[in-house]
Design a protein around this ligand. Structure first.
Ligand code: GH3
Ligand code: MG
Ligand code: MG
Ligand code: MG
Ligand code: MG
Length: 316
């Protein structure tokens, strides 16, 4: 690399090394029918430590993507048997948006029209095979991966609560509405559990706001770990949480939520100089309501009853 002075070189190398370290966890798929270019592209990517998947045609590519949803980039040829690169790009985009996956089109007969058509089909970028320089290739791959990572970071920040890492209120209602609709359509049960920490104001007043924050984080972790990956566990208010679960057996639900209540009651929270305990009250609404809002409101009414009846309990 021709760089002007040493400080510039060192900064550049440091940036490169950081990138290389990240690349090990970055999965890239090459879709190419030519043996020669398969090898060239694979080698180029592996020099930069990317984890490379190879598909020989569009069908294989779609299958591999299905099996490895964490693939971050697809580099696809245009001319291939069974399915051309435009069609593959369009098919991929039906399932994976630009916030999930970057696509780079490549072709040996590249001209501006081919690039434009790749991009119209949903690709992020286009490279012409005969003329691409290894450095340009690497720059474009890195650039597109970094853009994707930025999109994912921003998206993550928009849907997650910063303190606890749980989903936030906005995501709960956005995603919840969709889950509610699909569960009603597919005739699956859906439940909503509202959770509120008991006398939480006292924790803050007695031990300070930082201790309160530690309690919030620990309660969140217990909730998250006990629920399934597909359940939505959200912090919808200061010390209020809401869980949405589709297709959960009523008996299983009763077990899980009672288990949660006990786990939190028994858990010692280490706030630095002391161990403290908190309890939660819950309102559990299984399957009743004509909309997500109605479900949540009824769960909230149950929660209110649980508070009135003495806290540290579930009303359903
Ligand atoms: P109840 O059993 O009736 O729910 O009583 P409570 O004290 O838990 O309820 P209340 O609504 O009176 O108080 C909730 C408290 O939660 C007040 C607020 O200061 C605190 N809180 C809200 N968000 C945060 C936060 O992010 N961190 C901390 N430490 N406290 C918070
Ligand atoms: Mg080809
Ligand atoms: Mg309250
Ligand atoms: Mg409370
Ligand atoms: Mg509250």
């Amino acid at each position: 690399y021709a760089l002007k002075d040493d400080s510039q070189s060192i900064n550049y190398i440091v940036t490169m090394l950081k990138r290389l370290k990240k690349n090990i966890n970055t999965k890239v798929m090459v879709v190419e029918d030519s043996l020669f270019f398969k090898k060239v592209l694979k080698d180029l990517l592996e020099i930069h430590h990317y984890t490379v998947f190879i598909a020989n045609n569009g069908q294989e590519a779609l299958k591999l993507l299905d099996e490895n949803p964490d693939i971050k980039m697809v580099i696809t040829d245009y001319h291939m048997p069974l399915m051309d690169g435009f069609t593959l790009t369009q098919k991929i985009r039906e399932q994976y948006g630009k916030d999930r996956l970057a696509i780079i089109g490549i072709s040996s007969e590249g001209d501006n029209v081919m690039g434009a058509r790749f991009i119209k089909s949903g690709a992020n970028d286009f490279i012409i095979k005969q003329t691409f320089l290894t450095e340009e290739f690497y720059c474009r791959v890195t650039q597109n991966i970094e853009t994707l990572e930025h999109i994912q970071m921003v998206r993550e920040a928009a849907i997650k609560d910063f303190l606890t890492g749980l989903y936030n209120r906005r995501y709960f209602f956005d995603m919840g509405k969709k889950l509610f609709a699909s569960s009603r359509r597919d005739n699956l049960s859906i439940l909503c559990c509202m959770i509120d920490i008991d006398h939480f104001k006292k924790v803050n007043d007695t031990y300070g706001h930082d201790a309160g924050d530690i309690v919030l984080k620990e309660v969140s972790l217990i909730l998250k770990n006990r629920m399934r990956e597909t359940d939505i566990v959200a912090r919808i208010g200061g010390e209020e949480f809401c869980i949405l679960a589709v297709n959960m057996d009523q008996k299983e639900a009763a077990n899980i939520f009672d288990d949660l209540r006990k786990k939190i009651e028994q858990n010692q929270v280490d706030i630095g100089n002391k161990q403290i305990k908190v309890t939660i009250s819950m309102g559990l609404n299984i399957n009743s309501g004509n909309s997500l809002d109605e479900m949540v409101n009824r769960a909230d009414t149950f929660l209110f009853q649980a508070k009135k009846q003495g806290r540290n309990q579930i009303v359903s």
